[in-house]
Design a protein around this ligand. Structure first.
Ligand SMILES: [Zn+2]
Length: 221
């Protein structure tokens, strides 16, 4: 009898029902790595089962005196209580672990497999990571643009302050008059921006857009 054939469908149902969203392709690949590295007798013996000459052991999942659990190369089946599982399901059940991935991690540690489990992220984790990365890049681009706007505003005010009237009788240039009032405010905006954290900078959005509109109007002239 081939254990894999009769157990496969049911195992998959059990695993999917336990944690449907965690079952991306990556996890199946990781589980395959574990299963090809560890056969069932190795795991069963490693966790204390005594396998007799006919490949039977006392079942750890129900109380019994004579062995009714058969240890196949690729799985465990108890003819007494009906439990069947591969090395991952067996380990998960034996230690009462919440998820198959926890059993995979335990096997990886207990049998020194040195598989890189951290590299096997679920599809959800990967797309969540990419989404956060995209958000970060967008924010950093925005932050950069804002800083250039504020610096441009400050520089413009400094430049305009230089257009001072030559004599008391000269009519002041309107830009000079404007800069006298606004240079201090431009400095203030730059200082606030430098001191602010991310939320503080985001809160400046409306004011920065007003400044950007003002500077945009200048270059359009
Ligand atoms: Zn049993």
């Amino acid at each position: 009898m081939n254990f894999a054939h009769f157990a496969h469908a049911e195992l998959q149902n059990v695993q999917n029902a336990q944690n449907p969203q965690k079952f991306g392709k990556e996890n199946f690949t990781l589980f395959d790595d574990i299963k090809s590295a560890l056969d069932m007798p190795t795991v069963a013996r490693g966790y204390g089962l005594k396998i007799n000459r006919s490949g039977m052991a006392i079942c750890p999942f129900h109380a019994e005196k004579t062995p009714s659990a058969k240890i196949y190369p690729d799985g465990f089946h108890c003819f007494g209580c009906g439990v069947h599982a591969d090395v991952i399901g067996f380990t998960q059940r034996l230690f009462g672990l919440p998820r198959p991935i926890d059993a995979a991690k335990k096997l990886n540690e207990d049998f020194y497999l040195h598989l890189d489990l951290g590299g096997h992220k679920s599809v959800n984790e990967v797309s969540e990571y990419r989404r956060r990365q995209r958000e970060r890049q967008e924010y950093e681009r925005w932050e950069n643009k804002v800083w250039n706007t504020l610096r441009g505003y400050l520089q413009t005010m400094y430049d305009w302050r230089e257009i001072a009237p030559r004599s008391p009788d000269d009519e002041p240039d309107p830009r000079f008059a404007y800069a006298l009032g606004q240079a201090g405010y431009a400095e203030y905006l730059c200082e606030v921006f430098i001191a602010a954290d991310e939320n503080g900078r985001k809160a400046m959005r409306a004011e920065v857009e007003r400044v950007a509109g003002f500077l945009g109007g200048l270059t359009a002239d």
